[in-house]
Design a binder for this molecule. Structure first.
Ligand SMILES: Nc1ncnc2c1ncn2[C@@H]1O[C@H](COP(=O)(O)OP(=O)(O)OP(=O)(O)O)[C@@H](O)[C@H]1O
Ligand SMILES: [Mg+2]
Length: 253
């Protein structure tokens, strides 16, 4: 049997009276792509922030590769081999593309010195198809390239588990296709991936299993087929006009 790479155990995160994440439990296994979906405000990004140590959970535990990492700060979590991207991209705008990725490698799981970090950065940029932009200022890239840079920085940390927060959002269909290729290539390297995504077709085709959040709670968990046919999931999405509109638009496209 495959071993667990991540165990989210009864995790709650409260902001004042609001339970942004409410008693959520699931396990993901090594080599898996696990999709995390749910309507806007469901608590997906907050759960990422608890997993990588931006927030301490109000209750519950995070176990990564068999080790309890609950409450560790993000720089220690990344040292252990868990890195992430941000929904709102955060490149170091005044630095070049390669410098951004070097920073990711220096503060990653191996704490590389500058020279080895530069070697890793070059490899990652080539792997992800950003090598021809490496000397451009990160702030000058368009959104699709900034999203790829965000993934490159996280990859340069040499993670065992990568958290992707809406890396397809704002991309046109061609750019979405390129990013899907990148994600598949990352999986082929043996890196486990937990990804948040609103584009249903993409998340359904990429994921081995899917966890659905709604109002902070886990609403469903299963294969893409099981989840897509779950009446509670359909109701949660149709109850959200923005999401229903997006799903309808995708079906028309
Ligand atoms: N720092 C914070 N302080 C107070 N409330 C917060 C904070 N961060 C998130 N929230 C609230 O927690 C809930 C969950 O937000 P979160 O960003 O995790 O949702 P999400 O599922 O990622 O949504 P989206 O799909 O729109 O990105 C929302 O009601 C949000 O307003
Ligand atoms: Mg979010």
């Amino acid at each position: 049997m495959k071993s667990a790479i991540l165990e989210v155990k009864s995790v709650t995160k409260a902001f004042g009276g609001l339970l942004a994440v409410d008693d959520v439990t699931f396990t993901m296994f090594e080599g898996e792509i696990l999709g995390l979906i749910g309507p806007n405000g469901a608590g997906k990004t907050t759960l990422f922030n608890v997993i990588n140590g931006v927030y301490k959970p109000t209750k519950g535990h995070i176990v990564f590769a068999g080790q309890d990492i609950t409450g560790l700060p993000p720089y220690e979590v990344v040292n252990k081999g868990l890195s992430r991207t941000h929904q709102i991209v955060k490149p170091l705008n005044e630095m070049t593309v390669i410098e951004n990725v070097v920073v990711g490698a220096c503060f990653g799981s191996e704490n590389l010195g500058l020279e080895p970090a530069r070697r890793v950065a070059n490899e990652v940029l080539e792997f992800i198809g950003l090598d021809k932009y490496k000397d451009e200022l990160a702030g000058k890239l368009n959104i699709a390239l900034k999203k790829r840079l965000e993934v490159a920085r996280a990859l340069a940390a040499n993670p065992k588990l990568l958290l992707l927060d809406e890396v397809l959002a704002g991309l046109n269909p061609t750019e979405v296709g390129k990013m899907l290729d990148v994600i598949n290539k990352i999986r082929d390297r043996g890196i486990s991936i937990l990804m948040i995504e609103h584009i249903m077709q993409a998340i359904m085709s990429l994921s081995n299993r899917i966890v659905v959040l709604n109002f902070g709670r886990k609403l469903a968990e299963g294969t893409p087929d099981e989840v897509a046919n779950d009446p509670q999931v359909i109701e949660a999405y149709l109850g959200d006009p923005e999401m229903a509109k997006r799903i309808l638009e995708e079906e028309e496209a």
